[in-house]
Design a protein around this ligand. Structure first.
Ligand code: GTP
Length: 490
């Protein structure tokens, strides 16, 4: 072609046939040189491109239009552990390089690609050592100038780092969700527990007060508000300083300063305090105990729990029992049992203090005929009248007892002889002043004293008793001392 062009040019220039032949040969040589130059450039360019493909970080793959492997870059070895030679020799490239779980997926993608669709997908490749690793595959068909597919290009790059990060993120999110679920579960359980506790505290009769470590009220229950007559409503006391609350509380007490002192001493104490009982101005009795509450597993104080119990009824019942045990129900005077206790205590005190005690015993005269004539009720009235009359004449240091049917006793602390005689006479006079439906009442009175007449309880009672019988013998309605002394007339 170049030679023909050279000949045509020589002819047009009017040169001879030899020169035309030379021109043709020169043109042919130039053309051959041009072809050689182009081929050389293409080869150099191809080598550069191959070099680029071979040194890519990712794996580059060329597949024939029917899916056969044509070329794979050496990077496949660093990604999967398999060399390009291993790949060329493998009967099934997917079976060699793809994790079994993802092989079906890979085949589906392969079919899509062979239909000429470009695309990308993530799947797990299998490393030669058995590890699986995430890779990103991108493929697209490569066409010639006429649009016919001449190959498929597949680029594979590692997605392991990103996938690991994603997995870690997912695991973290899942762990957070689990933790959140768990904390919601515990929160719900703790709310339920709180509800149960609140119901319990609402329903019990014990007043509950919780004061936190900053000495502010954190919890009160309805019973506390009832006991202390606080009318601030359910949460009205919350946040109040304990000192302010205490000021309101002590104003209701008989001994406010004693309770203030107790609170000041108790506040910092660990464990449970000793019970403290306080009397209210309105007559009620309230018992208090408290304990420091510490944080679980530590010694940090969360505050103090105060518990108040209204014991008014209990105390009344206990007092009633004591009264029943030691008092005569008819006259409300102390009975024989209490007489024995008081006598024992008085004698022990007198022995310790080397002092004297006196005992006056008196018995009504002719009481049986009153009962017989006027009836038992009239007799009871006489007994009540005698008790009332004698109670009027006994002093602070003298105790009056009904020790038997119509028999009474007066225990006199630190009594001297004159005082005993005066009291004996007052008894004779007072009882002698009582009348029942025209019947005159009188009493026979005897007295003895420790240590002059006796040195023991029994001996003192026996001495006073014998003195009383001496008064009976002496004609009744009089007093006598014991036989060892000179008798005095009433
Ligand atoms: N109404 C009444 N009578 C009682 C009570 N307890 C005892 N008596 C009676 O009191 C009487 C006491 O008897 P005595 O002291 O022996 O009789 P008395 O007639 O006083 O004889 P003297 O002491 O010798 O004068 C008995 O008849 C008892 O039944 C009581 O609680 N009420």
């Amino acid at each position: 072609m170049a030679a023909l062009a050279g000949v045509a040019l020589a002819r047009a220039a009017g040169v001879g046939p030899r020169d035309q032949a030379l021109a043709a040969a020169g043109a042919a040589a130039l053309s051959a040189l041009a072809i050689l130059g182009a081929a050389h450039r293409r080869a150099a360019e191809g080598a550069r491109l191959r070099l680029i493909a071979e040194t890519c970080a990712g794996v580059e793959v060329a597949l024939a239009p029917d899916g056969r492997l044509q070329w794979i870059s050496p990077a496949v070895e660093s990604l999967t552990g398999y060399s390009p030679a291993n790949c060329y020799g493998a009967p099934d490239l997917i079976a060699l390089l793809v994790e079994p779980l993802d092989q079906d997926y890979a085949r589906t993608l392969g079919r899509q690609a062979l239909r000429g669709e470009a695309g990308e997908a993530e799947l797990r490749a299998r490393h030669r050592d058995g590890e699986s690793l995430w890779v990103l595959c991108r493929w697209r068909p490569v066409c010639d100038a006429s649009g016919a597919v001449i190959m498929f290009r597949l680029s594979i790059s590692s997605a392991q780092a990103r996938k690991s990060a994603e997995l870690t993120l997912l695991e973290t999110v899942a762990a957070l969700r689990r933790a959140q679920g768990l904390s919601e579960h515990y929160l719900a359980r703790s709310r339920d527990e709180q509800q149960r506790l609140r119901a319990l505290l609402d329903v019990i009769d014990l007043g509950i007060l919780f004061v936190d470590a900053d000495r502010r009220v954190r919890y009160t229950n309805p019973a506390l508000e009832r006991i202390w007559s606080f009318s601030d409503g359910r949460d009205g006391l919350l946040g109040m300083r304990d000192e302010r609350l205490l000021a309101r509380a002590v104003s209701q007490l008989v001994a406010p300063e004693a309770y203030r002192r107790h609170v000041a001493e108790t506040r910092g104490q660990r464990g449970r305090s000793a019970p403290f009982e306080m009397a209210f101005l309105n007559g009620r009795k309230v018992r208090e105990v408290s304990t420091m509450v510490t944080a679980s597993g530590g010694s940090r104080s969360l505050g103090r729990l105060w518990v108040f119990e209204d014991v008014t009824e209990q105390r009344k019942a206990a007092e009633a029992l004591v009264r029943l045990a030691e008092r005569d129900p008819l006259t409300n005077l102390y009975n024989r049992r209490r007489f024995q206790d008081s006598l024992g205590a008085a004698l022990a005190g007198a022995q310790r203090g080397q002092s004297r005690i006196g005992l006056i015993m008196f018995d009504l005269d002719g009481f049986k005929p009153i009962n017989d004539r006027l009836g038992h009720q009239a007799g009871d009235k006489v007994l009540v009248s005698v008790a009332r009359a004698i109670r009027r004449v006994v002093r602070r240091n003298e105790q009056l007892f009904r020790v038997g049917g119509d028999e009474f006793a007066i225990l006199v602390a630190e009594a001297d002889e004159t005082a005993l005689q005066e009291l004996a006479q007052r008894v004779v006079t007072e009882v002698g002043g009582i009348e029942m439906e025209g019947a005159k009442i009188s009493a026979s009175v005897g007295y003895a004293s420790y240590p002059d007449d006796a040195d023991s309880e029994n001996a003192l009672v026996a001495a006073a008793d014998s003195a009383m019988y001496r008064a009976k013998s002496a004609g009744k309605n009089c007093w006598q001392t014991c036989a060892a002394r000179k008798p005095d007339d009433a």
